[in-house]
Write a protein that binds this ligand. Structure first.
Ligand SMILES: *Cc1c(COP(=O)(O)O)cnc(C)c1O
Length: 339
C-alpha cells in the first residue's frame, strides 16, 4: 500500500481492502459476506435506480491515544436506518446485524484507521438499496446492505473556525410530510441546486426555512442547526429535519453542562438573538456560524460578532471530540470499543 499522508487527508474516497455485504432474498437477510470488489453488479430495473429506494448512514471510528478504536453511537445509526426503512418500505436490519457488519468492516480495514495524532478518523458508510427489477412503482423484493469505510481528514484544518451561511428561499430540500426525516439519497438530489448556489455565492453552506411558511429555521445543508442564548441550547423542531445523532449528543452534553435545552420551532428573526450558533453533524461535529445572510430579503444576522467560535460551542466541541477519541470518560455509554 502507498503510504497514506494521514495529516492531509480530505473528505474523499480512498480505496480500502474490504467491504461487507448482506443480501435480502426470499423475505430474509442472509449471512454477512466479505468482499474486495468496489462495484455492485445490478439489474438495470433495480428500484434504487428508478424510484430512489435507497438509504444510507454515516458514522465514524476513532483511534485513541491508548491505541484503542472507538465507534461512536452505532446503535443510534442502526435505529435511524430502521426508521428510514420504515419510511420508504424497505426491510429493516436488526441492530445486532448492523453492529456485526460495522465491526467487521472496521476490523478488516484496521490499517486504514488514522493515528490519534492526525486528528483524522475512519468514516463508515452503510448503504441499503432495493435491487430487484421492478417497472411499476412498488417496493423491491430483494435488497443489498453494504458497508464500506474510508479514512477522512480532520474537518478543521486551520483550527476550529466560524463560517458564513446563506438562507436559500428558492428551493426546498424536503416537504413537511415528505422524506426529510429519513436519510435517503432523494433529499440530497433535492439539495444540490441550493447547495451549489450557496457555494457560488461564497458561503459555506445553505440554510433551509420550513417549506410551508418560510418562517422557521429547518436545516443547514446536511447538518442540524442549534443556537445558544440565555444559557439555553435551542434547536429547531420540525417534521422535515433529519434527526442528527450529533445534535442529540450535544443536547445531552449541554444539559450535563447546566444549560437548558429547548427543541421547538425557531423563527428566522430569533437569529438576531443568538449569542452563538452552529451547524452540527458527524463530519464536523460543530461548524460554528459566523453569520447567516438572507439574500432574498436583504437581511443579515451576524452571530459571531468577533468572528470567532464562542465559548459554549468550543466547550461542546471539545467535550464531544474528547469522548469520541477516548480522552474524556464515556459516561453515557456512547462508544463501542473495537476488540
Ligand atoms: C446525516 C445528516 C445530518 C447529520 O446527522 P449526524 O447523525 O449528526 O451525522 C443532518 N442533516 C442531514 C440532512 C443529514 O443527512
Amino acid at each position: 500500500m502507498k503510504e497514506i499522508d494521514w495529516a492531509n487527508l480530505s473528505f474523499g474516497y480512498i480505496k480500502t481492502d474490504y467491504n461487507v455485504r448482506i443480501y435480502y432474498r426470499n423475505e430474509q437477510w442472509g449471512e454477512l459476506e466479505v468482499c474486495s470488489e468496489e462495484t455492485i453488479p445490478m439489474h438495470m430495473a433495480a428500484t434504487c435506480l428508478h424510484y430512489g429506494q435507497e438509504a444510507f448512514e454515516g458514522l465514524k471510528a476513532f483511534r485513541g491515544k491508548d491505541g484503542k478504536v472507538r465507534i461512536f453511537r452505532l446503535e443510534e445509526n442502526a435505529a435511524r436506518l430502521q426508521s428510514t426503512c420504515r419510511g420508504i418500505l424497505m426491510p429493516e436490519l436488526s441492530t445486532e446485524r448492523f453492529r456485526e457488519a460495522v465491526l467487521k468492516a472496521v476490523k478488516l480495514n484496521e490499517r486504514f484507521i488514522p493515528p490519534y495524532e492526525s486528528g483524522a478518523s475512519l468514516y463508515i458508510r452503510p448503504l441499503l438499496i432495493g435491487t430487484s427489477a421492478q417497472v411499476g412503482v412498488h417496493p423491491a423484493t430483494e435488497y443489498l446492505f453494504v458497508i464500506f469505510v474510508t479514512p477522512v481528514g480532520p474537518y478543521f484544518r486551520g483550527g476550529f473556525a466560524t463560517n458564513p451561511y446563506v438562507i436559500i428561499r428558492e428551493f426546498d430540500r424536503a416537504a413537511p410530510l415528505g422524506t426529510g426525516i429519513y436519510k435517503v439519497g432523494g433529499n440530497y438530489a433535492a439539495s444540490l441546486r441550493a447547495n451549489k448556489k450557496a457555494h457560488d455565492l461564497g458561503y459555506s453552506s445553505e440554510f433551509y426555512l420550513d417549506a410551508k411558511e418560510k418562517k422557521y429555521i429547518d436545516e443547514c445543508g446536511a447538518a442540524n442547526f442549534f443556537g445558544i442564548r440565555n444559557n439555553t441550547y435551542i434547536t429547531p423542531k420540525s417534521t422535515s429535519i433529519l434527526p442528527s445523532i450529533t445534535n442529540k449528543s450535544l443536547m445531552q452534553l449541554a444539559e450535563d453542562m447546566g444549560l437548558k435545552v429547548e427543541r421547538r420551532p425557531v423563527p428566522e428573526e430569533e437569529l438576531n438573538l443568538f449569542e452563538e450558533a452552529g451547524a452540527c453533524g458527524t463530519a464536523a461535529v460543530i461548524s460554528p456560524i459566523e453569520r447567516i445572510d438572507d439574500v432574498e430579503s436583504g437581511k443579515s444576522y451576524v452571530i459571531a460578532k468577533d468572528g470567532k467560535p464562542g465559548p459554549v460551542c468550543t466547550k461542546l466541541y471539545n467535550k464531544l471530540r474528547g469522548i469520541q477519541y477516548g480522552d474524556e470518560p464515556d459516561t453515557h455509554g456512547w462508544v463501542t470499543i473495537v476488540e
